[in-house]
Write a new protein. Sequence first.
Length: 332
Amino acid sequence: MVTAKAWVLKKHFEGSPKISDFDLKKIELPNLKDGGKWKLLLASLFLSVDPYMRPYSQRIMKEGDIMIGTQVARIVESKNPAFTVGSFVVARSGWRTHFISDGKDLQLLPSSWPESLPKSLALGTVGMPGLTAYFGLLEVCKMKPGETVLVNAAAGAVGSVVGQLAKIGGCKVVGCAGSDDKVAYLKKIGFDEVFNYKTVTSLEEALHKASPDGYDCFFDNVGGEFASIAINQMKRYGRIAICGAISQYNDSVPQKGPYVQFPMIFKELQMEGFLVSRWDNRKEEGLKALLKWVMEGKVKYHEQITEGFENMPAAFIGMLKGENLGKAVVKV
């Protein structure tokens, strides 16, 4: 019998999450039995912390539930011939060190995954965040060569991929981030114009200076004040993909929203919110393209890895504060 550790939501977050909102539990897992429902025993190797966990915890979780989340795990024991012991999968089994599965919700890492590539990338650039960038740009923004693309939270797991895919697509890319180190990193990976939104005297002036003619596409991860200013600098027929609203996730009182009707009407803009799950039937296409670009060096990655399962809450809280460069991952 295996004893798993799991982080549960002790108390729903009020404002910014706190360490005291979580509780570490031990769970005894039943042994696998021939003919039983549970066919697989898995051990988590890498776990993801993502912004979506903050609003979704409020929507779909009860206090006492295991925190939602995704991991790369290794098959430790198998009674399912489709999964051999030692193989690696991506699972959505929450914040736990070990778990049992019937195999239905497990996604094997692609057979073409090279040994030289960290398997943790299946949680980031070659995983859900990468797919978010891929489908958000291609299907929502419908970017075209020669256009100008704006992305905020540009040094994060999604934003950093958005900028690089836009460059592959022949676009000019403008990004913003919250530290000078992040700005330097974005310039290094090919962004055309980057600024630190925390140090500019005027966000409106910084956006105008970066692209005086305006923006064709805006990939919004932040919402709030940034979005309300950026929408007024869109070009006619511009497209806005709403991916996230991290500036608002910890608000106890909703922000007073911008009034978007005038720019939407007079510039004939399109604004669309999306969840990447819309394209689950095309997941293989996206992962194959992302893996190829990473192997060719066209898409570069950076991971902020926190060591130790006991540090899951701290990694999550730090990510929401913007302490990560690239994808935030916890190594068990």
